[in-house]
Write a protein that binds this ligand. Structure first.
Ligand code: F6P
Length: 331
C-alpha cells in the first residue's frame, strides 16, 4: 500500500503542497489521539465560550483548533489561516505560498456521544501583493482551491483528499502512516438514499418540501422508487457515506434565520466538500447553481448545500427551477 507522501510524489504534486498536507496530517493524528482518550483526558464537554457563529464551543473544538494552528503557524509555506473557531484570519508568514481554511472539528455535537466527527480543510493560493491586513486574500471562489479534504475520526481514521486530480482515501495505520486504501473514487450517479434534517421541514421553501414529499411517497409516487434516509449530524460522515456508496446530502435554506442562505459555512464546509464531490463525478449546488462558483464575501458566510449523486441532485434542482421561490432571500 502506498504512503500518502509516495502517492503525492507520484501524482507530481508540488513539493511544498505535499509537505503542507503532511503537516496537516501530523496535526490530525494528534487530534485522533485526543479523541481516543475521550473522558480519560477530560476533553469532553463544553467550554463557557461561544464562537463567531454564536455556537457554544466544545472543549475539543478549541483543542483541535489550537493543535492545527500550532502546526500551520510553524510551517513557512503558510501565509495565513482562517478557522471556524477564529473570528478573524490569523496571519503567518507574509511570504508564504498558501492560505489554509478549516473547520477543526465538524459535527462536534457528536463528541460527547462518541459518534463520528472530522476535520475539514481547504488550501488556497496566497496573494502576497494584496497584503494580509484583512480577509480579502481568503475570499476566493471554491473553484480556485488547490487542494481540499477531510479527516474522518470514526472506527478508523481516514484522510479523503483531492488536489484536483480525482479523490483518494487513506487509512491511518497502526504505525501512524496514512496508507492509500481507495483511489479514483466515483459516486454512483443514481441513488435511493437521502440525508436531510427532517425536523426543519416546516421551515423549508415550497420546492424543497415538494421534492421531499415525492421522495417519501416512494414507489407509489412520481419517483416510482423507495428511498432510505440517514442523518449522522456530521457533514463529514454524510459526505463520506456518499463518496462510498452514493446518496444526496441536503442542508437547505430555511426560514428560522431567513437572512442567512443556510446553516453550513461556505469556505470551510461547502467549498472543500463540493470540490471532493465534483472530483468524484457528483454535483454540489446551492439548489440553483454550483457552490464552487459562489463569490465569497465573508470568511464565515453560509450557504445552502445539496451534494451527491449526479442524477438525484439534478432532480432536486429541477424542482427549484419549476416551483417558484416565494421567500425573499439569499445568494
Ligand atoms: O457544522 C455544522 C454541522 O454539525 C454539520 O456537520 C452537520 O451536517 C449539521 O451541522 C447538523 O445539523 P443539525 O444540528 O441540524 O442536525
Amino acid at each position: 500500500m502506498q504512503l500518502l507522501s509516495q502517492f503525492l510524489r507520484h501524482e507530481q504534486t508540488d513539493e511544498e503542497l505535499t509537505d503542507l498536507i503532511a503537516t496537516l496530517m501530523v496535526a490530525c493524528k494528534e487530534i485522533t489521539l485526543k479523541l481516543r482518550q475521550g473522558a480519560i483526558s477530560g476533553v469532553l464537554g463544553a467550554t463557557t465560550d461561544v464562537n463567531v457563529q454564536g455556537e457554544t464551543q466544545k472543549k475539543l473544538d478549541v483543542i483541535s483548533n489550537e493543535i492545527i494552528k500550532k502546526y500551520l503557524l510553524s510551517h513557512l509555506t503558510v501565509a495565513g489561516l482562517a478557522s471556524e473557531e477564529e473570528s478573524e484570519p490569523v496571519l503567518a508568514n507574509p511570504n508564504g505560498k498558501y492560505l489554509v481554511v478549516f473547520d477543526p472539528l465538524d459535527g462536534s455535537s457528536n463528541i460527547d456521544i462518541n459518534v463520528t466527527v472530522g476535520t475539514i480543510f481547504s488550501i488556497l493560493e496566497a496573494a502576497p501583493e494584496q497584503g494580509y491586513h484583512d480577509e480579502a486574500p481568503f475570499l476566493q471562489k471554491g473553484r480556485k482551491q488547490l487542494a481540499a479534504g477531510y479527516v474522518l475520526y470514526g472506527p478508523s481514521a481516514l484522510l479523503v483528499l483531492t488536489t484536483g486530480n480525482g479523490v483518494s482515501m487513506f487509512t491511518l495505520s497502526e504505525t501512524g502512516d496514512f496508507l492509500l486504501t481507495r483511489d479514483k473514487v466515483m459516486i454512483p450517479q443514481e441513488t435511493q438514499e437521502f440525508a436531510i434534517n427532517m425536523s426543519n421541514y416546516r421551515h423549508w421553501e415550497p420546492a424543497m418540501r415538494s421534492y421531499i414529499d415525492d421522495v417519501l411517497e416512494g414507489v407509489d409516487g412520481v419517483r416510482g422508487k423507495n428511498f432510505n434516509m440517514r442523518w449522522v449530524a456530521a457533514m463529514v460522515a454524510e459526505i463520506h457515506r456518499i463518496l462510498t456508496r452514493g446518496g444526496i446530502f441536503i442542508y437547505p435554506w430555511d426560514a428560522r434565520v431567513p437572512q442567512k442562505p443556510g446553516k453550513l459555512r461556505l469556505m470551510y464546509e461547502g467549498n472543500p466538500m463540493s470540490m471532493l464531490i465534483e472530483q468524484a463525478g457528483g454535483i454540489a449546488t446551492n439548489c440553483y447553481s454550483d457552490i464552487l462558483d459562489v463569490e465569497p464575501k465573508d470568511i464565515h458566510e453560509r450557504v445552502s448545500v445539496a451534494l451527491g449523486s449526479k442524477k438525484e441532485v439534478e432532480v432536486l434542482m429541477e424542482y427549484h427551477q419549476r416551483i417558484e421561490t416565494v421567500i425573499e432571500k439569499k445568494d
